[in-house]
Design a protein around this ligand. Structure first.
Ligand code: N01
Length: 534
């Protein structure tokens, strides 16, 4: 193992070369800071590098899921589909790295395992899996909200003789399922995408479903020259309008209660939103997230869609979700429910005992044995805190982030955590992050951090830290805001409920992007209120 102290201290080490890390590097370069990205993967792209499973695509319209910081980039890039596929996104991200000459400051194949704060020098020492060591005054964790795979501890998994894939670590080479009996575990956003594709290839596909999901129709389509001309001519207005919405998505929300209209009118409006396609269905009315009665109207609407799509009534019944709609993230599909009309697809709802065990040749669930050649785990992520907690982060006086967050994450604005000076997070817990359109949200955080570092340098500060009382007030506000919604009524990854033993805390901030942006701006205008600058 190499043990190496790398070149002299840098201004900033960025961990992760996804959409956040790359833009951070670009901004810092523009400000004249010395910075370097350390990236575990063999390429850039983060989420879009690792999640290469068949069917992987973004479920946000490309116009709103692309960088907005550079006019020429927008002008020259031509998206080909409404929802970009993983290969197209990866090509775009590589193009960004080329176009802005980012490669010289990106070190690939470098997994960061530790980050230790040296209080005497007010600097971070970053250690890697191969015992390399880097030093920088600031560290920016651009490690992603959904990047630490959740691999359930299934009894017997190691003894399975077939192939096992986790969707979040999909191999780079093409995987052929022709003639094979494939089992997919998990029916969240990822499972839904992978199931639709594997069903077309496998000899037989068995889907093991713990919780039935609400899947809305994508209505994906190829884009033509007219679409592109429209977007390029109107992109500023479209993006500004999107920023004023709760999640930064394309649709202006309807500020009307679902209960203020007749059931028929409610259905008409939902049908209109359904036909438009996309996960903004629930923006059709303003109280789906707050009122169980209103929520039931949307639930019934989607359940009826499922009954219409699935020919076998018994299978349809098994596919009907029963939880609050929107409590778990809505999934996006293209004829997902119709997949269960195929002769080569079987749905197996899991009972309370779940998957009992994996055998050498398949698995046992509900007392029945299923023979499988391949097992695909679409079992999600240790979300929001997983990637950070995998790194041994030690702040002031040896305090570890794992210890500081053992009862759930504690941050100020999702940007910093008390006890960890000069360490920033991009879209950390306590920020809208995963409840919003990630790209504008990433740009917002990166701009905030870059401007902050510039401010510190201009004013000759060498240290910034979240103030404890300010952080406590923010955490309370984050919790109070979530408690007013129906988000505690299901077992979602937002609550950490998918990972055994994880504290049940609603991790993202659910106050909406517009008010969050205003708060971040006000904090700066008030001299970085709630932060201690030294
Ligand atoms: O993960 P998930 P995901 N035994 O946690 C099941 C984003 N995303 O990778 O619901 C059996 O949602 C689990 O069951 P349950 C998006 O934000 C975006 O699908 O916990 N089953 C569930 O069905 C999304 O929300 C895109 O009861 C087990 C599934 O596995 C987030 O990523 C595409 C199990 C996991 O679903 C995560 O989605 C894809 C066990 N032990 C994802 N453990 C875009 O298009 C878990 N499950 C942008």
């Amino acid at each position: 193992m190499r043990k190496q102290e790398n070149q002299g201290p840098l201004d900033v080490i960025i961990v992760g070369a996804g959409l956040a890390g790359l833009y951070m590097l670009h901004r810092l370069g523009g400000l004249g800071f010395t910075a370097k990205i350390l990236e575990a993967g063999a390429g850039v792209g983060g989420t879009w590098y690792w999640n290469r499973y068949p069917g992987a695509r973004c479920d946000v319209d490309n116009m709103f899921y692309s960088y907005s910081f550079d006019e020429a980039l927008d002008e020259e890039w031509n998206w080909t589909e409404r929802y970009p596929s993983q290969p197209e996104l990866l090509k775009y991200i590589n193009h960004v790295a080329d176009r802005f000459d980012l490669w010289p400051d990106i070190q690939l194949n470098t997994r960061v395992v530790s980050a230790i704060f040296d209080a005497g020098r007010a600097a971070w020492r970053i250690g890697t899996e191969t015992a390399e060591s880097f030093s920088a005054r600031y560290a920016v964790m651009a490690t992603g909200c959904l990047s630490a795979a959740n691999v359930p501890d299934f009894d017997g998994l190691d003894g399975f003789q077939g192939r096992v894939f986790h969707t979040g670590h999909w191999p780079a080479e093409e995987i052929d399922f022709t003639g094979r009996r494939v089992g997919v575990v998990g029916t969240g956003s990822t499972g839904v995408q992978v199931i639709q594709e594997v069903a077309k290839q496998a000899d037989h596909l068995t889907v093991f479903q713990r919780t039935a999901s609400y899947v809305v129709e994508a209505f994906n389509r190829p884009l033509d020259a007219e679409d592109r001309t429209y977007f390029k001519a109107n992109r500023h207005e479209l993006r500004e309008a999107a920023k004023k919405t709760f999640g930064g998505f394309s649709t202006m929300a309807n500020d009307q209660s679902a209960l203020s209209v007749t059931e028929e009118d409610c259905r008409r409006k939902l049908e209109e939103a359904w036909r438009a396609g996309g996960i903004t269905l629930l923006a059709s009315f303003n109280d789906f997230a707050f009122s169980e009665e209103a929520n039931m109207r949307a639930q019934d609407f989607v359940r009826d869609k499922i009954r219409q799509a699935v020919r076998d009534p018994e299978t349809a019944e098994k596919l009907l979700p029963r939880h609050t709609i929107g409590c778990k993230r809505l999934c996006l599909g293209t004829n997902y429910y119709e997949t269960y009309n195929r002769d080569n697809v079987t749905l197996v709802p899991l009972g309370d005992e779940g998957i009992e065990r994996i055998t050498a040749t398949g698995l046992i669930a509900g007392g029945a044995a299923f023979d499988l050649d391949d097992l695909v785990l679409a079992t999600g992520f240790d979300a929001m805190t997983g990637a950070l907690n995998k790194i041994n982060i030690e702040g002031r006086a040896g305090l570890t982030l794992r210890k500081a967050w053992e009862a759930g994450p504690r941050t100020y604005l999702g940007l910093m955590s008390h006890g960890f000076p000069n360490l920033f997070m991009v879209t950390g817990p306590g920020s809208p992050s995963v409840l919003s359109n990630m790209l504008p949200t990433i740009e917002h955080h990166v701009d905030w951090i870059a401007d902050c570092l510039d401010h510190l340098r201009r004013n000759e500060f060498s240290e910034i830290e979240a103030d404890l009382p300010a952080q406590d007030r923010w955490v309370e506000h984050v919790n109070e805001t979530a408690a007013k919604t129906l988000r505690y009524s299901c077992s979602s990854w937002y609550l950490g409920a998918n990972v055994p033993g994880k504290p049940r805390v609603f991790m993202p901030y659910i106050g909406g992007m517009p008010s969050y942006r205003e708060t971040c701006t006000a904090v700066v205008d008030n001299g970085y209120e709630g932060f201690v600058l030294k």
